[in-house]
Design a protein around this ligand. Structure first.
Ligand code: ASP
Ligand code: MG
Length: 409
C-alpha cells in the first residue's frame, strides 16, 4: 500500500502556468510511485496582496466579511488551473473550495480558526484515484459566510487537511529549500536544518521566521503531525518539523530569527505601585493590540519607566492610548521608537545548558552592539537592538554559536 500525502504549494510555487505545470509533474511523479495525494494551494504569486490593495482603494478599513469574500478568490483560480493541468496528464484532478468541502471555522473574519474539516467525501474520491485540489487560506463560518485564516493561512489548511485525512505525510512546498539556521538573505552562512522540533519552530515562527504560518505549527504540534518543508524549485530533503527527540545530543542554539517590524513605546515616570502594569497594558489589549517584549525598570523615587514593543502598524494607536493612560496616572512623557530590531536565539538544547545568555551578550558586546531590551523563555532569548545593527548582530551570534557547522549526531 502506498502512502497518503498532503502536499501544500505556496504562492511562488503556483505563480504562473509554467509553475503550475511543474506542480502537476510533481503530483504525477508521486502517483507513479504508488502514493495517494491531496493538494492544498495558495493564490498565484502576489495575487492576495493585489486583492487586499483593491479592497483598500475602496476603504482603508474594509468590512471584514466582504474582505474575506474578496481575498479568498485568489485560491479559487489556482486550484482550478492545477486541476486542469492534472486532467491534461490523465490524472483525475478535482478542485474544491473550502465551502464545497466543508472547512468550518469560527467567525473571526480575516483571522479565523479552523474548527473542523469534512473529509468523508474526498476520502472516498481519493480511494477511487481522484486528486482533490483544495483552496488554502479559506473556510466558512456557521452562517455559511466565507472566512480567511490570516496571511500565510494555506499552511494551516494543509496541516488541518492532513490531520483530518490521517495522512502519512504533510509536505509544504515553498520557494526556499527548507528551514535555515537564520534567514540566508541576512547571512549567507545560514545552513539548512535537516530537522527542527515543533517547539523550536513555534519560537522561530513567532519571532519572525516566515517559512511556516505560526498557527500551522501550533496545529501540527497539537496533533503531532510531522511537516516536511520543501522547495518546489530545487530537489532536496528539506526540513522535517517534528516532535522533540534526543535532547542531550542537540545543539544549544538551533536557529536565529530577526525582525524589524516592531516599534518600542515607553511611558516615563509612572508611579511604582501595584496594578500599574495592568493599567498601562489593559487599554492596549482592549484595543486588540498585541504586546511583545515588556520591560519595567526598577524605580527611582517611587517612579518607574515602562517599555514594551508592538507591531509597527499598531504603534500610532498604542501611542495615543498611552498618552491618555499617562494623563490619568499622572505619568510623564510617552516615547515611540520604531528604529529597532529584535533578534532571537532559539534552541531546545538551552534547557540543559547554562551560560547561553552570557555567551549571547558577550558576542553582541564584542561587536559593540548595545542591547535595549531583553526577554527570555525556556528555549529562547530575545534582545531588542537598533535596527541598523540587525545584520551585524545576526552574523555575530551565528558565528558565536557555530551555527554554520553541523553537529555530529
Ligand atoms: N494567499 C494567502 C496569502 O498570501 C494565503 C497563503 O498564501 O498561505 O497570505
Ligand atoms: Mg506561505
Amino acid at each position: 500500500m502506498g502512502k497518503l500525502i498532503v502536499k501544500k504549494f505556496g504562492g511562488t510555487s503556483v505563480a504562473n502556468t509554467e509553475r503550475i505545470e511543474v506542480v502537476a509533474d510533481n503530483i504525477q511523479l508521486e502517483i507513479e510511485k504508488g502514493n495517494q495525494v491531496a493538494v492544498v494551494l495558495s493564490a498565484m504569486g502576489k495575487s492576495t496582496d493585489e486583492l487586499i490593495s483593491l479592497a483598500r482603494e475602496i476603504n482603508p478599513e474594509p468590512n471584514l466579511r466582504e474582505y474575506d469574500a474578496l481575498v479568498s478568490t485568489g485560491e479559487q483560480i489556482s486550484v482550478a488551473l492545477l486541476a486542469m493541468a492534472l486532467l491534461k496528464r490523465g490524472i483525475n484532478g478535482k478542485s474544491y473550495t473550502a465551502y464545497q468541502l466543508g472547512i468550518k471555522t469560527n467567525s473571526s473574519h480575516s483571522r479565523a480558526r479552523i474548527l473542523d474539516v469534512e473529509v468523508s467525501k474526498i476520502n472516498n474520491e481519493i480511494q477511487e484515484g481522484t486528486v482533490p485540489v483544495i483552496t488554502g487560506f479559506q473556510g466558512m463560518n456557521e452562517n455559511g459566510d466565507i472566512t480567511t485564516l490570516g496571511r500565510g493561512g494555506s499552511d494551516t489548511t494543509g496541516v488541518a487537511l492532513a490531520v483530518a485525512l490521517e495522512a502519512d505525510e504533510c509536505q509544504i512546498y515553498t520557494d526556499v529549500d527548507g528551514v535555515f539556521t537564520t534567514d540566508p538573505r541576512v547571512y549567507d552562512k545560514a545552513r539548512l536544518l535537516k530537522e527542527v522540533s515543533f517547539e523550536e519552530m513555534l519560537e522561530l515562527s513567532s519571532s519572525g521566521a516566515k517559512v511556516l504560518q505560526l498557527r500551522s505549527v501550533e496545529y501540527a504540534s497539537k496533533f503531532n503531525l510531522p511537516i516536511r518543508v520543501l522547495s518546489s524549485f530545487n530537489d532536496g530533503e528539506g526540513t522535517l518539523v517534528q516532535e522533540e527527540k534526543n535532547i542531550m545530543e542537540r545543539p544549544i542554539v538551533s536557529g536565529i530569527s530577526s525582525i524589524d517590524s516592531e516599534a518600542k513605546l515607553t511611558i516615563r515616570g509612572v508611579p511604582d505601585v501595584p496594578g500599574v502594569a495592568a493599567k498601562i497594558l489593559g487599554p492596549i489589549s482592549d484595543a486588540g493590540i498585541e504586546v511583545d517584549v515588556i520591560v519595567q525598570n526598577i524605580s527611582a523615587e517611587n517612579n518607574t519607566d515602562f517599555t514594551f514593543t508592538v507591531d509597527k502598524s499598531d504603534a500610532v494607536q498604542a501611542e495615543n492610548i498611552l498618552k491618555h493612560t499617562s494623563d490619568s496616572l499622572g505619568g510623564g512623557s510617552v516615547e515611540v521608537d520604531d528604529d529597532i530590531a529584535k533578534i532571537s536565539i532559539v534552541g531546545r538544547g538551552m534547557r540543559a545548558h547554562a551560560g547561553v545568555a552570557s555567551k549571547m551578550f558577550e558576542a553582541l558586546a564584542a561587536s559593540e552592539i548595545n542591547i535595549l531590551m531583553i526577554t527570555t523563555s525556556e528555549i529562547k532569548i530575545s534582545v531588542v537592538i537598533k535596527k541598523s545593527e540587525m545584520k551585524n548582530a545576526v552574523k555575530s551570534l551565528h558565528d558565536a554559536f557555530d551555527l554554520d557547522k553541523e553537529l555530529d549526531s
